[in-house]
Write a protein that binds this ligand. Structure first.
Ligand SMILES: *Cc1c(COP(=O)(O)O)cnc(C)c1O
Length: 459
């Protein structure tokens, strides 16, 4: 019998995780290794350390330690912003008239407004530990940049952020928050880098892309002493840090005898989803549950559902290591949809492998239906959701409605990754009835695919 379940489940400070969970240690097969872009050989630790922070590079290559200690200082910071609540969506259930139980793990309670701070604080910590002076990064929608700006100001590090131009234009206030925390922010593509200049020449008037902003951030980093480049999603070490979401979730569920049937998350680069489902996925791999895991992506950037499983660069400038992942091609530039955090061409190699092996499902949804879901959710649950998060809401609602039809009393959990306060231009369009779904043609896709490198491993 399920216990009486409060609307908001908070863990106590003592129950906060002191270790991250490394899902790779439980995977039956590992994803294919990162390749050096020059030699096409599996990348070595020393090579990774050339661009990335040393400790993070080690975490990136670690597929043996199931648990990794969270540094004391990071634990202390987590105490300030965590635990995040697991909320029973009683009102949403009621309005849907579903027998399903719906819960969401809400990561939007900190100033950055998303889960990104979970990894940002760890990355800034390791940068400081390594004695670096500065780090560079890219940001799409701006949540990652904000989180990293906060983390860097906490540890006294300089940070240079390249923000996708289309997004910077849409969200000038986001940019200002980053500056308030002392970050230097440049809309990308910019004239600060060779690659930025080149991309502007090739695609005049471009609104930019994450892949392009990454290239700029890496170029600036390479030109500096004591500087490294950091990334807010996709990489294995980011999923490792985000596992804090899933560990808290599982602890809370076990405390109240909640047994999930379906766990849903939006997927941009895969970090929140990977973190959210991590511990339960580990159990599934070991045959201990049969939970259905669903990744939700936008129809205009459908890496899982229409992408290729291939080695590709993480960036448009083709300078990162090659990652085996579901990808639309590093040259793919999605239409400037309103869920900026879901516009990346690739996908986490861990999640790509799990999807490929059938442990994870994926669906793509149009942004109009996503905002319908966001609007319904905001009215009954009292939280104005980020457009990214609303992709998960949309599918949670769909699954709950299926239960209504079949009479099944499933337990549905989704990740509510953040709040939408800086997405007012999106909500404004929606409210004015002007939100549009752009169709992505096979021709558009082909253009992106043609940028996937033609290497022996892809043939
Ligand atoms: C960045 C972001 C996402 C998508 O990134 P993932 O790495 O796929 O988690 C989703 N929601 C919000 C609020 C974000 O900021």
């Amino acid at each position: 019998m399920a216990k009486n379940i409060p609307t908001k489940i908070y863990l106590s400070e003592e129950e906060l995780p002191r270790q991250w969970y490394n899902l790779r240690a439980d995977m039956k097969e590992q994803h294919d290794p990162f390749l050096h872009p020059g030699t096409l050989a599996p990348i070595k630790l020393e090579e990774l350390c050339g661009i990335f922070i040393e400790e993070l590079s080690k975490q990136e290559l670690n597929f043996t330690d199931r648990y990794i200690d969270i540094p004391e200082s990071v634990c202390n910071f987590y105490r300030m912003i965590r635990p995040s609540p697991l909320i029973r969506a009683y009102f949403l259930e009621k309005i849907l008239g579903t027998p399903a139980e719906i819960y969401y793990k809400f990561e939007g309670t900190n100033t950055s407004g998303s889960h990104k701070l979970n990894s940002a604080i760890a990355q800034a910590y390791y940068a400081k530990e390594q004695g670096l002076n500065s780090i560079t990064t890219e940001t799409g929608a701006g949540q990652w940049g904000t989180a990293l700006a906060m983390a860097c100001s906490f540890y006294g590090l300089d940070v240079d952020i390249f923000m996708v131009k289309g997004s910077a234009d849409q969200k000038p206030d986001r940019l200002e928050v980053m500056k308030t925390y002392g970050a230097s922010v440049t809309p990308s593509p910019s004239n600060k880098t060779e690659i930025g200049k080149r991309i502007q020449q090739e695609k005049p008037g471009t609104t930019g892309s994450l892949g392009c902003a990454i290239s700029e951030a890496i170029e600036v980093c390479a030109s500096r002493e004591s500087c490294k480049y950091v990334l807010g999603s996709v990489l294995d070490y980011v999923l490792l840090h985000q596992s804090i979401i899933g560990i808290e979730l599982k602890t809370a569920c076990e405390k109240y005898d909640i047994k999930p049937d379906i766990i849903i998350g939006c997927a941009g680069g895969g970090s929140n989803l990977g973190g959210l489902i991590g511990p339960y996925m580990g159990d599934k791999i070991r045959g201990k549950n049969n939970i259905k895991f669903i990744a939700v992506e936008p129809k205009s950037c459908p890496s899982f559902t229409r992408g290729k499983y291939a080695y590709d660069f993480g960036d448009t400038g083709k300078i990162t290591p090659l990652l085996k992942m579901y990808t639309l091609g590093n040259g793919f530039i999605p239409s400037p949809i309103h869920a900026g955090g879901l516009r990346y061409h690739g996908m986490s190699p861990i999640l790509s492998k799990l999807y490929h092996d059938g442990y994870l499902e994926a669906v793509a949804v149009g942004q109009k239906s996503v905002f319908d879901a966001a609007s319904m959710f905001s009215k009954c649950e009292g939280i104005l959701p980020a457009p990214e998060s609303s992709h998960a809401i949309k599918i949670a609602i769909d699954e709950a409605l299926k239960c209504k039809e079949s009479g099944e009393k499933k337990t549905i959990i989704f990740g509510l990754t953040g709040t939408g306060y800086f997405d007012m231009s999106a909500y404004r369009m929606y409210n004015a009835g002007k939100m549009e779904d752009t169709e992505l043609s096979d021709e558009d896709l082909q253009k992106g695919f043609s940028s996937i490198p033609d290497i022996p491993q892809n043939r």
